[in-house]
Design a protein around this ligand. Structure first.
Ligand SMILES: C[S@@+](CC[C@H](N)C(=O)[O-])C[C@H]1O[C@@H](n2cnc3c(N)ncnc32)[C@H](O)[C@@H]1O
Length: 255
């Protein structure tokens, strides 16, 4: 495990940014839908219907389509990402879609933004998986006003346990220890190498939320939906019909 996950992940995303343009274009012009299975927001209700006059932040925004959805609902949106290449696409798509978003290049573990400046924070596969949970969650807490909400979506811990050590798609074998789960280095795997990602056991997520002070409002486990015909390279469709590949946490900073 490398200690320098931020610069490793920045390098990975700078190199990969061109491969995310088409998806970004599609999602900027879609209704809100989540994760690798495109679950409609009507099924999960992760976004408040009306964010008029509220301050929202996306942590690890990629091509910025989630920020676009927040802006459409009336929020003043700030979006941070560590990759300049991803932000170039995000800025172009915001302009083309008439969205005013304050895009910042930076690290979601240490944004440099003021305390208690936001009512709503979100990460879909951004800080949610690429940042150290014990660091970025404290940063999100600091950024939120009392009563503010944090929603994040990423890989389910079971996916990590069921992913072969060479990076092949998940299967029905336990390939690594669940106990002590924290980081996974994908930089040198044989199949589809990428960066350094983070996940925790269920008990450790809940313990961390409690330690920071977040209240858990909801939790979703997402499976491959009926009728799904394809899956991204790291998940086997057959596996994901029986095991959750994704999780969503909905948290609140109490008043
Ligand atoms: C998969 S994209 C997430 C955006 C979008 N929701 C999506 O799924 O395409 C992951 C993003 O996280 C960003 N990222 C990784 N580490 C980060 C960090 N420490 N701070 C901010 N952004 C980071 C990457 O640059 C990348 O744009």
């Amino acid at each position: 495990m490398t200690n320098d996950h931020i610069s490793v992940n920045r390098g990975v995303w700078e190199a990969d940014a061109k491969n995310w343009v088409a998806l970004g274009e599609r999602l900027w012009s879609s209704d809100p839908q989540w994760g690798i299975w495109n679950v409609p927001d009507s099924a999960l209700r992760l976004l408040p219907d009306d964010l008029t006059g509220q301050d929202a932040i996306e942590l690890g925004c990629g091509t910025g389509y989630v920020s676009g959805w927040l802006a459409r609902r009336g929020a003043r949106v700030t979006a941070i990402d560590v990759s300049a290449g991803q932000l170039t696409t995000a800025r172009r798509l915001a302009t083309e879609n008439g969205a005013e978003i304050n895009f910042l290049e930076g690290n979601a573990e240490a944004t440099g933004l003021p305390d208690a400046a936001f009512d709503f924070a979100i990460s879909e596969y951004g800080a949610a998986i690429w940042c150290r949970p014990e660091v970025w969650l404290r940063e999100a807490w600091r950024l939120l006003r009392p009563g503010g909400q944090l929603v994040f979506l990423g890989n389910h811990p079971l996916l990590l346990v069921c992913t072969p050590m060479n990076g092949a798609p998940s299967d029905r074998v336990l390939h690594r220890s669940y106990r002590g789960m924290w980081g996974a280095d994908w930089t040198e795997v044989e199949i589809d190498p990428s960066g350094v990602t983070f996940n925790l056991t269920m008990a450790d997520w809940v313990a961390l939320f409690r330690e920071i002070g977040f209240a858990v409002e909801n939790y979703h486990e997402l499976y491959a939906p009926e009728g799904a015909k394809e899956a991204p390279p790291f998940v086997s469709l057959d596996w994901a019909r029986d095991y959750p590949s994704e999780q969503v946490w909905v948290l609140r900073k109490p008043v």
